[in-house]
Design a protein around this ligand. Structure first.
Ligand SMILES: [Zn+2]
Length: 135
């Protein structure tokens, strides 16, 4: 599968204008997704239960995080983890991520809630590998 092919678990999500709507995306009053907003309770559920922020399904041992250079350096990420194939698809197709390149794909095996900042920030374990995406 290449990065532009939609992973099956994302193809199973509701679609809006050909784009899968992430699990944590807020749905507006008109029944349309608000891509710029995350549902806080769903984010919390992802962090607590190790669910993928994009497809909402259970994560495996390896967990992917997407962030910029400073997030990579501090290992603090404001969004919950993802499946690697979900993250790769997002890195190739999400307008926000493409606008903010370079972004980094970071694969790790564990994370904790950040003890000082908001509980919705996670601190990830030492990455197993990282990859740079220039959009
Ligand atoms: Zn996923």
């Amino acid at each position: 599968m290449n990065d532009l092919e939609m992973p099956p678990q994302l193809a199973a999500r509701p679609q809006y204008q050909g784009v899968p709507v992430p699990y944590v995306t807020v749905w507006g009053k008109e029944g349309l997704p608000v891509f710029a907003e995350s549902d806080v309770s769903r984010k919390r559920r992802c962090i607590e239960n190790r669910l993928c922020t994009l497809c909402g399904r259970q994560l495996a041992e390896e967990i992917a995080f997407v962030g910029n250079a400073s997030q990579l350096e501090t290992r603090l990420f404001p969004e919950p983890g993802m499946h690697e194939d979900c993250a790769r698809f997002g890195l190739r197709t999400c307008p926000f991520l493409l606008q903010h390149s370079p972004m980094f794909l970071c694969i790790t095996t564990d994370y904790i809630r950040h003890p000082i900042e908001s509980e919705l920030v996670v601190k990830i374990s030492e990455p197993v590998r990282t990859e740079r995406f220039d959009g």
